[in-house]
Design a protein around this ligand. Structure first.
Ligand code: NAP
Ligand code: 3JM
Length: 339
């Protein structure tokens, strides 16, 4: 009989956690017992899994006795506090927060790019899931990296509000309705109105003038490719889109690579769908990525301003491939190859 595993989802009532439960069900992850964990605010709530109602419990350090795999998406401070306790109880943690991503002992994994790094879960019992914007970019760049090497990446993002969580989804909805009804607009989650606006500000500002989200893209990309020589610069922007992050990616390669070669490589790459037919007005769209697990790539062009440059438009569902699906894919490899 197939082995089944006890799985915990910490942050199960959130935008990402909820999707983790859905993705575990969709992909038929071999779950024995499912444990749903959140804060006291969610006590008494229940979620459906394979047609059965599962009650949400309050997360405590004792929640992980008996748990084989713990998927965390309850924020960095919750991960810092509870993930080591979960690992000490014998669970392997797949953590969605930024808390452990740059720890040299902790693997940072995108299954299409560096699945072999999962083996290092043995160091601390924790595997980190990268930031949503990093995940979709490295999925699209992996074939180019392997074929031509990468010298430098210049990326600008157009990120959906769902990346901030369930309260931000509500805020965009409420502000949009208020505008159409000529009512006063309330801002709570974001510092400024997000409806019909763009905010060049994701996560906190750092001393170098970049945001933490921008530096996540720089540092995580280098760690995933195991290549600190890649130069990366990012501008991350919140846009009034519900689901699906879009990115304009400019990549300077080490060797010359043609647009045709890039298109051929990407059309064979795991997890990638090329949507690139300007004649028929076909290119990736955030609203079409929503609900899908693939990374969509289009607008593939030569950067005519430099010798060896390519421009891409890269789109994925930030809650699925950017978070929940990537975490469940990691867990699938973990239990298949290491348990
Ligand atoms: P969200 O919709 O606001 O949900 C937050 C979840 O965390 C809820 O289930 C909440 O429970 C729970 N939680 C908060 N504080 C807690 C506490 N003290 N103890 C136990 N549970 C607590 O946020 P989200 O969008 O799902 O994101 C959650 C986290 O996932 C983020 O903070 C981030 O670290 C990570 N994330 C990662 C990516 C990625 O790119 N990989 C993308 C998005 C998010 P209640 O409902 O009870 O409040
Ligand atoms: C995406 O610690 C927190 O409050 C969570 C902040 C957060 C993160 C993060 O830094 O873990 C919100 C949304 C992320 C992320 O994926 O990096």
């Amino acid at each position: 009989m197939e082995r089944r595993f006890n799985v915990a989802v910490a942050g199960a009532t959130g935008a990402v956690g909820n999707m983790m439960v859905q993705v575990l069900e969709e992909r038929n992850f071999p779950v024995n017992k499912l444990k749903l964990l959140a804060s006291e605010r969610s006590e008494g709530k229940a979620l459906q899994f394979h047609g059965k109602s599962h009650r949400v419990e309050v997360l405590t350090p004792e929640s992980f006795e008996d748990v084989d795999v713990a998927l965390f998406s309850a924020g960095g401070s919750v991960s810092l506090e509870f993930a080591p306790a979960a690992a000490d109880s014998g669970a392997v943690v797949v953590d969605n927060s930024s808390a452990f991503r740059m720890d040299p002992e902790i693997p940072l994994v995108v299954p299409e790019v560096n699945p072999h790094h999962i083996a290092a879960y043995k160091n601390r019992g924790i595997i980190a899931n990268p930031n949503c914007s990093t995940i979709q970019m490295v999925v699209a760049l992996k074939p180019i990296y392997d074929a031509a090497g990468i010298e430098r990446i210049v990326v600008s993002t157009y990120q959906a509000v769902s990346g901030t969580g369930k309260r931000a989804i509500q805020e965009l909805q409420d502000q949009s309705i208020a505008i159409f009804n000529m009512k006063e607009i309330k801002t709570d989650v974001y510092p400024y109105q997000i409806a019909f606006n763009c905010l060049p500000h994701i996560d906190v500002f750092l001393d170098n003038g970049y945001t933490k989200e921008e530096m996540k893209m720089v540092n995580e990309t280098r760690k995933i490719f195991e290549d600190n020589t890649i130069r990366v610069t990012a501008t991350t922007v919140r846009v009034p889109v519900f689901y699906g992050h879009s990115e304009a990616v400019n990549v300077e390669t080490k060797k010359k690579i043609s647009v045709e070669e890039v298109r051929t490589l990407l059309s064979k790459a795991p997890g990638v769908v090329v949507v690139d037919d300007p004649e028929n007005i076909q290119y990736p769209l955030a609203i079409e990525s929503a609900g899908r697990d693939e990374t969509f790539v289009g607008r593939i062009r030569e950067d005519e301003s430099i010798e060896k440059g390519i421009n891409l438009w890269v789109v994925a569902d930030n809650i699925r491939k950017g978070a929940a699906t990537n975490a469940v894919q990691i867990a699938e490899i973990l239990v298949r190859d290491y348990f």
